[in-house]
Structure formats: structure tokens, C-alpha cells
Write a protein that binds this ligand. Structure first.
Ligand code: ADP
Ligand code: MG
Length: 256
């Protein structure tokens, strides 16, 4: 390719924001040459490379802004450690059908069994698939809504939690809420209802939510909406956090 043309392509690609093409135009042309690509094949290669790079950049940035505590994937989840957990159900959820159905997921169980990890895994998968996601602890959510209310910005803050296609609310039940806080959670849940998915993790069963939310009427109103269109995944088993301690105590792998 003449120097003049490739310079012009780089210039135009830059103006069009095709940043990958700017850097790789000569390599791509050389590859098309060796692979004897036709016109359509070359155009296809070029667009695929550009889009692939743009996608991975979007994924990385979205993860950075997502508030997720880590970016683990389902491959890292040891189902053998948690035999009572319905692995097929978790894998089904990882197909992300629930997002298009705008249905919710509740991960329930004692500390350390992997509730947060599964919520994160699903959120990472959703992010990779192009859905917008946001992760927050219930604590943080309530603190931010309270602060926003105090400065007259409640609706704007609430809108931030309504926007993502998937909102993870982690750790429901660790700290009890007062009535005003429970009311904020109710507003969030009722506004998101059938509009976007919520994944919640909780160490309390639904029947205990009345005491968590400090108000039976509000708890009922929330529970009227949340578990409707909701997959409940109960994880009852050993704490993964204690796994290494078990190994130390027994001097070997507790799984063997
Ligand atoms: P929970 O939210 O139920 O308290 P976490 O998801 O925070 O538990 O799990 C505690 C730690 O153990 C995390 O680092 C998590 O990634 C890891 N973990 C939990 N269960 C598993 C598992 N079955 N396989 C691999 N890692 C796990
Ligand atoms: Mg957790």
C-alpha cells in the first residue's frame, strides 16, 4: 500500500475515532495480503478487530466503575466445596435470561458460603454481555440515600440506583435499618420493580426481614415485590473463609 494512502487512512480513522485502525492499518493490510482476503473479508476483519478492542475497553471501564469488590468468574467457583448448592441453577442464572425478564435473584445463606461471589460472578457476566451493572452494599446504599436526602438530592441519588440493568445489593440483614431507611429501600425496590433486575444477598431468610427492616408493613410491601419474579438460591453449607483454617487444623486438604 502506498505510504500516501496509509497516511490518509490513519488520518481519517483517527477523525472517525477508529483508534485501533490508526495503529494497525499496515499490519491488517499485510495480513489481508498473506491470507488473500477478498474485499468483504478485509472489511470484516477490520471492523471485527476495531469492535473487539472497543468492547474490551468498555468492559474494563465498566468494571472499574461498577463498585464490584472483585472480578471473579464462575470458573473460579468450587462447586464441590458446596454440594448442597444447586450448581445447575447457578449455571442457568449465568446465561443471564433473568436480566431480559427483569427478574430478581436472592442469594440466601450464612456467612462465607459464597453469596457475594456468585452475585459478583453474575454481575461480571452481565457486564461482559453489555448490560450496565452496579454493586453496592445495603449499608452504603442507605448511607448515600440518607446523605442525598439531607442535601435535597434524594431523587437524583435514587435515579443512579434505578439506571443499571443489574443492581447488586449486598449484605441485607447485617445491620438493622430504621424506618426512614427501610422506606428508602422500599422506594428503590418498587421503582425498579419489573424495570430492572436486582440481585440481593442476605444472611437472613425472607421471614426474618421484618426485623431487619424494622417495620413489618414495609417489609411486607418490599417482599410483595422483590420475590415476585425472583430466583431464590439458598446456600447452606460450610464457610469458604474457614476452609484454609480447616486445612491448618487438620494438616491436609479437608476435601480429601
Ligand atoms: P458470603 O458473601 O456468603 O459471606 P463470599 O462470597 O464473600 O461469602 O465468600 C468468601 C470468600 O470465599 C470470597 O473470597 C469468595 O470468593 C470465596 N469463596 C466462597 N465460596 C467459594 C467457592 N465455592 N469456591 C471458590 N471460592 C469461594
Ligand atoms: Mg457477602
Amino acid at each position: 500500500m502506498s505510504e500516501l494512502i496509509s497516511t490518509r487512512i490513519r488520518d481519517h480513522a483517527g477523525k472517525l475515532g477508529l483508534t485501533h485502525l490508526v495503529e494497525t492499518v499496515d499490519q491488517l493490510a499485510a495480513r489481508a495480503e498473506t491470507e488473500q482476503l477478498g474485499y468483504l473479508g478485509f472489511l470484516d476483519l477490520l471492523l471485527e478487530e476495531e469492535l473487539g478492542l472497543r468492547e474490551s475497553r468498555r468492559f474494563r471501564n465498566a468494571l472499574k466503575l461498577s463498585g464490584l469488590p472483585h472480578h471473579k468468574t464462575l470458573d473460579g467457583f468450587d462447586f464441590a466445596f458446596q454440594p448442597d448448592l444447586d450448581a445447575r441453577k447457578v449455571r442457568d442464572l449465568a446465561t443471564l435470561d433473568f436480566i431480559d425478564k427483569r427478574s430478581n435473584i436472592a442469594l440466601l445463606g450464612p456467612p462465607g458460603v459464597g453469596k457475594t461471589m456468585i452475585a459478583v460472578v453474575l454481575a461480571v457476566a452481565a457486564c461482559q454481555a453489555g448490560y450496565s451493572i452496579y454493586f453496592t452494599s445495603l449499608d452504603d446504599l442507605v448511607r448515600r440515600l440518607r446523605a442525598a436526602e439531607a442535601t435535597g438530592r434524594f431523587n437524583r441519588q435514587l435515579a443512579a440506583y434505578l439506571r443499571p440493568g443489574v443492581l447488586v445489593v449486598d449484605g441485607v440483614g447485617y445491620l438493622p435499618l430504621d424506618r426512614a431507611e427501610a422506606n428508602m429501600v422500599f422506594q428503590l425496590v418498587s421503582r425498579r420493580y419489573e424495570r430492572g433486575s436486582v440481585i440481593i444477598t442476605s444472611n437472613k431468610s425472607f421471614t426474618e426481614w421484618g426485623s431487619v427492616l424494622g417495620d413489618d408493613v414495609l417489609a411486607t410491601a418490599i417482599l410483595d415485590r422483590l420475590p415476585h419474579h425472583c430466583d431464590v438460591v439458598s446456600i447452606n453449607g460450610p464457610s469458604y473463609r474457614l476452609k484454609d483454617r480447616l486445612i491448618l487444623v487438620t494438616g491436609g486438604d479437608p476435601m480429601t
